[in-house]
Write a protein that binds this ligand. Sequence first.
Ligand code: SF4
Length: 178
Amino acid sequence: MSGLLAALFILALFAAFVVLIAAQRQRARTGVPIDARVVYSDTGAWEKIEKPLFARRYNLTGKPDYIVEQNGAIVPIEVKPNRRASVPRESDVMQLMAYGLLIEETLGQNRAAPEYGLLKYRDTVFQIDFTDELRGELLALLDAMRRDLDARDVPRSHEEGARCRACGYRGECGQMVE
Ligand code: SF4
């Protein structure tokens, strides 16, 4: 009998070990730090988010892939699994900063504002610090976007042919990069 109990105990230990390794691999794939607690995820991997975050003050909405709590700090994580780059794209940095602002406005009542976010590309995790300068850039960008909403004509903001070739408006916009 005691032999059976010992075998069951070893089996349970092995199962727990397998679950632990699987969880660590999952975290490595998503960029979630090992010592962080997942508050929510938009991927269904841990917990399904019901609706996007919304900040009335900035008329801004969005859903980060994950929000985790690390050493008492709230950290948004955005995952771009197919992107390879040695430096983060500016648009991704702005997206992450926007999530920082959304968290500050919606989840941050009793917490300090997020100080940084994590951007996970295929092979790299970038830590993006939410500096006053970056925050200012985002707020200026949001103002410019609101102005453009009322404009009759908005000039192209990039020189990326690949982006235009994949764009659904390339037949109509008249500014496609060849
Ligand atoms: S085709 Fe026009 S709308 Fe589309 S990405 Fe290029 S410039 Fe922008």
